[in-house]
Design a protein around this ligand. Sequence first.
Ligand code: GLC
Length: 507
Amino acid sequence: MTEPWWRQAVIYQVYLRSFADSDGDGVGDLEGLRGRLDYLRRLGVDGIWLNPCYPSPGADHGYDVSDYMDIDPLYGGLSAWDRLLSDAHARGLKVLMDLVPNHCSVEHPWFKAALAGDREMRDRFIFRRQPNNWQSIFGGPAWTRVDDEWYLHSFAPEQPDFNWRNPAVAEYFDQVLRFWFDRGVDGIRIDVAHMMYKQADLLDWPGTGHNPHMSNQPEVHEVLRRWRRIADGYARDLTLVGEIWVPTVDDLALFLRPDELPQAFYFDLLMCPWDAGRFRDSITRGLSGAGGTWTLANHDVHRSVSRYGLLTRTGGPATRPRGEVDVALGVRRARAAALLTLALPGSVYLYQGEEAGLPEVLDLPDSVRQDPTFHRSGPADYGRDGCRVPLPWTSTGPSFGFSASPSPWLPQPRWFADYAIEDQIDLTDSTWTLHHQALTLRRTLSGPLEWLPTPRHDVLAFRRGSLTSVTVFGDAPYPTTLGTPALASTPCTPDEIPGNTTAWFVE
Ligand code: GLC
């Protein structure tokens, strides 16, 4: 039996607002993306995942949906989306949409009716006379008062949580899924796929931090099974990839049972510090129970360059650490990490801009930051704007080729010129070219991973078919008899791999 297309695919994550702007309003759009599909073909990815682009007031930039079966005019509307899908398919690129089932927008017609006093509509959300003590994931209380009742929002107040215990909610999402599958998508990324159900009695949670009553309830698996049955009813192969933050790989594996999700992001690796032992353990666990859906960055975390280049952590969550960053070291390690990841069996989700080695923009002025995380968590967390700054395509021109407007929705720092994507394409040693070559060579790889012994704790080596991949995590060069690598994240000599480097040797 041949493998489904998604099993070894590399999917490029498009944060549409920041990818390419066609109409000069400073916000990326579908026509901008359509104009760059050849770029994505050339890079060598297999498909794209679009962050939410449905009609939305934008309190969480699209993760507050007011209509699940349309496209926001800001991005070009449904006709632009149809054109995009058709052009992507003509180039052999798959297209994944982002489904947001835990909550909608306060502008969704159901919530508006609920606020107007419709009891049946109120039951589609979680309204109570008394709030409990739960905290929103973005900071602050998870409840907002409207009259003599409060409603639950696991994220911002503009994102009311659905009541999945009301059958109308499940029926509605069946329709939404069918709408996009019928329209031709190849899969769906499911936003916080572990959160739809809350602990039934909404009990207080005495601890601080992660609150197990707000997520990972057993009933959620029924929803995923239901969606899997819908997806399996189509003649073509569709994927459902879950965004699931659960404590252990065993918890994650439950979502990947044969009748549930085909894929779930493996965030354990993304959270690993630059350490050989930690990477090896994480990869081993990921291969045994997590199905091998690798990713090193997305629109919610600091870019890999800035995470791996962190010298000392002074605060912030693990995904968005604060502290001094050595950018050159970060670029070097991020290149090594990317090459290592691209050698693994399974699929890879590549966040836009990572192929150019773009660092996080850490010094955005507070006055331009838009992420509700930043505004609700206070200065402890920079929030997620720094990884969402519009891409630099060229080193000159208004907004570095992103838009005809000189002022994109988030300002780009001057140093973005040094990372201009188009300038990297013809350079043999650029981060872009490394990704391009790795994506090309990766197509020849197959088979399981077999760890190879190494005499040093800071070196990881494994074999996959005819490929041997060696990563030196430490600073000291590593002598090797494997000869000249087919590809390396930093130049090697025939007998030595430098520190903070991955090298691929092909028999
Ligand atoms: C997910 C998304 C994030 C969003 C949140 C609420 O974690 O990745 O960007 O803010 O869900 O929808």
